[in-house]
Design a protein around this ligand. Structure first.
Ligand SMILES: Nc1nc2c(ncn2[C@@H]2O[C@H](COP(=O)(O)OP(=O)(O)OP(=O)(O)O)[C@@H](O)[C@H]2O)c(=O)[nH]1
Ligand SMILES: [Mg+2]
Length: 199
């Protein structure tokens, strides 16, 4: 069972990515059994309903953040999913305040699962958010395998170049960084990189 953590600040495009990635996995890669785990604080079940409506198996973890207060619940839920459904993939949307690396660490230590991390950054809001969120945004990138700098439709070339350099400075050296706009759809090779295919 493989595991993908989708992280990134509030409103950066995590659900938008899920809504494109999950159909790609099923329709293009033939992966029938994917479970989506939603961990959204405060806006109970909104994204859960969007995804359930699209016909995928969705579980919610809504009582807190999986990277800290709900670490125990997360591992119990993942164990139960493995036993009940045994999907090929679990794809989890973390809350915008989560540290994906903490989730990865818990999954590795407790369940022996080596999760991948895809982190989203909002190209438009990055310069404004970085200072007030300096305890969060850089750390969200710290163990990312892939990073999507999203909403490139809202910035010009020079602004994007500056965001790219800033984001890159916080990523592991081997992270793959893709400027994208979820509004115009993603090149499918990016989905493959997110899933770590052809490695
Ligand atoms: N202009 C523009 N808007 C986008 C893009 N991608 C997403 N959005 C919008 O940004 C908003 C937030 O997108 P979501 O996918 O809900 O982001 P999220 O990270 O799941 O948000 P939370 O779960 O609330 O943290 C929505 O209104 C999207 O329509 C993009 O590439 N360009
Ligand atoms: Mg969301």
């Amino acid at each position: 069972m493989k595991f993908l953590i989708i992280g990134g600040f509030l409103g950066s495009g995590k659900t938008s990515l899920l809504l494109e990635l999950i159909p790609y996995m099923r329709e293009q890669l033939g992966i029938e059994k994917t479970v989506v785990l939603e961990n959204e604080i405060g806006r109970v079940g909104i994204d859960d309903r969007v995804l359930s409506g699209a016909g995928y198996s969705v579980r919610g973890l809504f009582a807190g953040c999986v990277c800290c207060t709900m670490a125990g619940e997360l591992t119990l839920t993942v164990k139960a999913i493995k036993e009940d459904i045994d999907p090929e993939w679990i794809v989890m949307e973390a809350t915008g305040m989560a540290f994906p690396q903490n989730v990865k660490e818990n999954l590795r230590e407790i369940l022996g699962i080596d999760a991948r991390i895809c982190c989203l950054a909002d190209a438009k809001r990055w310069p404004r958010l970085l200072k007030p969120m300096e305890h969060l945004l850089p750390l969200q990138l710290a163990e990312a395998d892939t990073v999507l700098i999203n909403k490139t439709d809202l910035v010009d070339e020079a602004a994007l170049a500056a965001v790219f350099e800033s984001v890159k400075s916080f990523c592991p050296p081997d992270a793959e960084i893709f400027p994208v706009s979820m509004n115009s759809g993603l090149n499918t090779c990016i989905f493959d990189r997110i899933l770590g295919r052809d490695e």
